[in-house]
Design a protein around this ligand. Structure first.
Ligand code: NAD
Length: 488
């Protein structure tokens, strides 16, 4: 019965699945499994051809993608062009340029006991992969991992976010018109669809989303021992010390925090400011905000909050903080009809509020103060926050920079700027423990989707180990003794 139903399924239709059945999902996985086996024998040229197709498709769908994101949560088209289209193109172009090097054999040196053998490592595709993406950068966080999956020679099923339906629709069409379903397919749907996909034995799962869901993904992956990359969230602290260039810090913090209305995984979540410069920084931040977002919400350059649920969560969190003693430094402007929240700065925010307990993921910035580096480090490394995805430090002091770098763990650190560590093609991107497992982008993304296979080739008829074969005579023992003493 199941087999007949599977035979009747048109493979091309499977690429356009919206809320698919379990059977559809199973069929899609099966056709990709067959293709994954065939792809192992295909030359690098084939992967380059798929990447080139992705580059061209991204260019030709650029405007539609920008408009779709605008429809989904009102983000300015220019911001989407800068933060999603350009990074997607940059990622695919970099992979096209570097793939021959990444996929080549890497010879490794000789060792005494294996002196006669030749050894190398080589990347092999993992096989059938699943990419689950979030809503906040729906284009780049879908196409970016897809570049790595294709560069590494895998097939991929993409599960896009239900919170950005217009963008998911355009992404699905882009993939449908560019690839065969056995290579790449988009599956739209809610958490249940992701859960159904997670029942299958994928060779790798690349998930971007919240820490809570990341933990579910890892449990599901454990059923099949599928490898995982988890790109998660959390609270990213931003330190401004007494040596910082305050005007420069204010400009860069306002950019990093309020781009995409604070709905960025590596947005500065809260500020830790040395008490001697807190007032000066507050004045500089307000001045900068007046310049960048002069009108109350809705401002045309400020994205809207993605859903009613998130909008109410943020409104309640602001109100709760104020009720418990936080002091607004900027006027509170919200607009229920457009789900807009104007950039909001708050000081004296109690630590037991939602704003300080959970990732904010919106245009609200609490400003906390500290007295000494020792207090600061103690606070940031307390169990309260986990290890952050990003850590920002504005400081002109080399000593402070080194102390913070050494003492506070984080997925990535950016000194005297915001967000730019993600833009650097040659840096890995990812979190640590609660903020993520594994690294993405460029060569790091390629390896995430590859098995680094060790190969060693011995001459036939010879092995240095024959010196130690049984029977374990005195001669063997003497040779072994020599090896022990040689400390090689
Ligand atoms: P989310 O975890 O709610 O959803 C992400 C994806 O998981 C969606 O496709 C969703 O349908 C699916 N999903 C939701 N519940 C699921 C479940 N129970 N089982 C299986 N799949 C499920 O995250 P979001 O709200 O879309 O995105 C915001 C979060 O993502 C923030 O925490 C942010 O920090 C994080 N994020 C991290 C990065 C990064 O690179 N580290 C980038 C962007 C966003």
């Amino acid at each position: 019965m199941l087999e007949t139903a599977l035979k009747d399924t048109d493979p091309k239709r499977l690429q356009m699945l919206s809320q698919p059945s379990h059977l559809d999902i199973q069929k899609l996985w099966e056709i990709q499994k067959k293709q994954a086996v065939l792809k192992r024998d295909m030359p690098i040229k084939h992967r380059l051809m798929l990447l080139k197709k992705l580059e061209n498709a991204t260019l030709s769908y650029e405007e539609r993608l920008q408009n779709a994101v605008f429809k989904d949560f009102g983000r300015a088209q220019t911001e989407t062009r800068m933060l999603e289209i350009y990074p997607s193109l940059s990622e695919v172009r970099y992979a096209i340029k570097k793939l021959p090097k990444w996929s080549a054999k890497h010879a490794v040196g000789k060792t005494l006991i294996t002196f006669s053998a030749k050894a190398w490592t080589v990347a092999e595709p993992k096989g059938v992969t699943l990419i689950i993406s979030p809503w906040n950068y729906p284009v780049f966080l879908t196409l970016g991992p897809l570049v790595s999956a294709l560069a590494a020679g895998n097939t991929a099923i993409l599960k896009t976010s239900e919170l950005t339906p217009h963008t998911s629709e355009v992404l699905q069409e882009l993939i449908y018109n560019t690839f065969n379903p056995e290579d790449v397919a988009v599956v739209q749907g809610h958490a249940e669809t992701a859960q159904a996909l997670l029942e299958l034995p994928f060779d790798h799962i690349f998930f971007t989303g919240s820490t809570q869901v990341g933990s579910i993904i890892m449990q599901k992956a454990a059923q099949h021992l599928s490898s995982v990359t988890l790109e998660l969230g959390g609270k990213s602290p931003t330190i401004v010390d007494q040596t910082a260039n305050i005007e420069d810090a204010a400009k860069k913090i306002v950019w990093g925090k309020f781009v995409n209305a604070g709905q960025t995984c590596i947005a500065p979540d809260f500020l830790m400011v040395h008490e001697s410069v807190t007032e000066k920084l507050e004045i500089a931040l307000v001045k900068e905000l007046d310049k960048r977002y002069p009108d109350p919400a809705p401002h045309h350059d400020l994205a809207k909050i993605v859903s009613d649920k998130h909008y109410l969560r943020l409104k309640n969190a602001i109100q709760e903080a104020i009720d418990l003693g936080a002091k607004p430094i900027t006027p509170i402007h919200t607009n229920d009809a457009t789900r807009s929240i104007a950039p909001t700065l708050l000081k004296n925010v109690p630590l037991d509020t939602l704003l300080m307990r959970e990732e904010i993921f919106g245009p609200v910035l609490p400003i906390l103060t500290y007295k000494s580096i020792t207090d600061l480090v103690k606070f940031l490394t307390s169990r309260r926050f986990g290890k952050p995805l990003a850590l920002y430090l504005f400081s002109e002091s080399q000593v402070h920079q080194e102390q913070i770098l050494a003492r506070v763990s984080a997925g990535g650190v950016c000194i005297n700027d915001c967000l730019i560590h993600l833009a650097h093609k040659k840096l890995p991107f990812g979190g640590v423990n609660q903020s993520g497992i594994g690294k993405s982008k460029g060569e790091y993304g390629f390896w995430e989707f590859s098995n680094r296979k060790s190969v060693i080739r011995q001459w036939s008829g010879f092995s240095p180990f024959s010196l130690f074969f049984s029977p374990y005579t005195d001669k063997v023992k003497v040779r072994l003794e020599w090896f022990f003493k040689s400390k090689i």
